[in-house]
Write a protein that binds this ligand. Structure first.
Ligand SMILES: [Zn+2]
Length: 419
């Protein structure tokens, strides 16, 4: 069989593995609470709070979608015309057109151009956050965060670009197989190292101070059978007033992190509800499953790229004769951008189901639906969320159930518990 035949077979195998993983590990059997219950929850929220949340979300919307559109336009302009290829060539020229310079510096330049052209939208978003009092960051703090994130992306990007084009040189016919395996490995590696190497670049993490709340959280984790070495507090207040918590890392790097803003804003029973939700993610290995689907997804993407790379029309548009050449990297970015836009609603749907399961876990573990509901209200109020966002936006990008869905879930749990 030819490499192309093997690639088709591999892509089919990866697609099946991805579908099976998603079918088995995503809790599809847990539909959202009935709409009537959601509407009842909505009526119980103060009208001015709902209005303010909607106003804020409406203020963010034009810039957000404009940034998406401009990002797509830039990716297409660079990738589906010879423009991007020329940029890669130009950046490599001072180095005699050496492949490493073209691959690494040229590749980073393409990404940087897209970042810089969408920068005004990020700045504009920051002005909205400041206007609504959600950002506590100064412009210099904002710029430092931006530079840090560029630096982190540049390091990870340089490693990925160098590795990718090295593999292509070493195995011109089979690079897609090695590339797919390498990309999958990189995803797994990042899941391990992001919490310990990258998150500290942006925030300081300190163990939660000793006291009744910490004792309660640790004993809840023990009761839940989820080994947690520590609960960490992130100094999120340096840039936001928003409250949040999350779980990241795998195995030895797994940790539960709560924002310092959450400890300041919420009462202990609400913090307990939030941490119980995060323990649900840990218990159901959501980070591990997310890593597995991510790894399968990028592997499939590399193989698909190889197969698409033999499509003459695309190569002709990009002015290159092979997808394997660094000058074709802008074309790769264009394809990845389009794929990302298409994948967004699917990822959001999967995420909402996983989040709903963590909510159910929190309710069962704490047995305190009242605290859960008041925590949801507080999340909505402090973070200026729309408790019941427009359907199309919810379907396209909501990573969590809406506030009214989560309130309705708590009420359904309370009804069941009373029986
Ligand atoms: Zn969650």
């Amino acid at each position: 069989m030819s490499p192309r035949g093997w690639a088709l077979l591999t892509l089919a195998g990866l697609t099946v593995a991805l579908l099976v993983t998603v079918a088995v590990f995503v809790p599809w059997h847990r539909p959202p609470a009935p709409r009537a219950d959601q509407l009842a929850a909505l009526r119980d929220l103060p009208a001015d709070q709902v209005a303010r949340g909607r106003e804020f979300r409406a203020a963010l919307r034009p810039g957000g979608y404009a940034a998406l559109a401009v990002g797509l336009l830039i990716a297409v302009a660079l990738g589906l015309t010879p423009l991007g290829g020329r940029l890669v060539e130009l950046v490599g020229r001072p180095f005699g057109g050496h492949w490493i310079a073209q691959a690494v510096l040229g590749g980073l330049a393409v990404v940087l151009v897209a970042d810089l052209l969408t920068l005004p939208f990020s700045a504009w978003r920051q002005t909205v956050l400041t206007r609504y009092g959600l950002s506590t960051n100064s412009w210099s703090g904002w710029a430092v965060d931006l530079l840090k994130s560029y630096a982190v992306s540049a390091v990870i990007g340089a490693v990925a670009l160098f590795g990718f084009y090295l593999v292509i040189r070493l195995a011109p016919r089979w690079w897609w197989a090695l590339g797919a395996a390498g990309a999958a490995l990189l995803v797994v590696l990042l899941s391990f190292v992001l919490p310990v190497l990258v998150e500290p670049v942006f925030n300081k993490f300190t163990p939660m101070e000793q006291g009744a709340l910490r004792t309660e959280l640790m004993s809840m984790a023990a009761r839940d059978g989820v080994p947690v070495r520590d609960v960490l507090v992130a100094d999120a207040s340096r840039r936001t007033t928003a409250v949040n918590a999350y779980v990241s890392g795998l195995g030895p790097t797994r940790r539960v992190v709560v924002y310092d803003t959450l400890l300041r804003e919420a009462d202990p029973a609400e913090v307990t509800a939030v941490v119980a939700h995060e323990l649900g993610h840990a218990k159901d290995s959501d980070v591990a499953v997310g890593t597995l689907t991510g790894a399968l997804g990028v592997a499939a993407a590399v193989v698909a790229l190889y197969l698409l790379g033999s499509w003459g029309l695309l190569l002709q548009l990009a002015g290159v004769d092979s997808i394997a050449h660094p000058r074709a990297f802008p074309l790769v970015i264009a394809l990845v951008t389009v794929a990302g836009l298409v994948a967004t609603p699917v990822q959001a749907l999967v995420s909402r189901r996983v989040e709903a399961r963590a909510d159910a876990h929190a309710l069962a573990l704490t047995g305190d639906p009242a605290a859960f509901e008041s925590m949801q209200r507080r999340l909505g109020t402090v973070n200026l969320g729309d408790p019941d966002p427009p359907r199309w936006e919810y379907l396209y990008s909501a990573s969590h159930p809406s506030t009214v869905e989560r309130m309705a879930a708590a009420r359904a749990y309370a009804r069941e518990a009373r029986r």
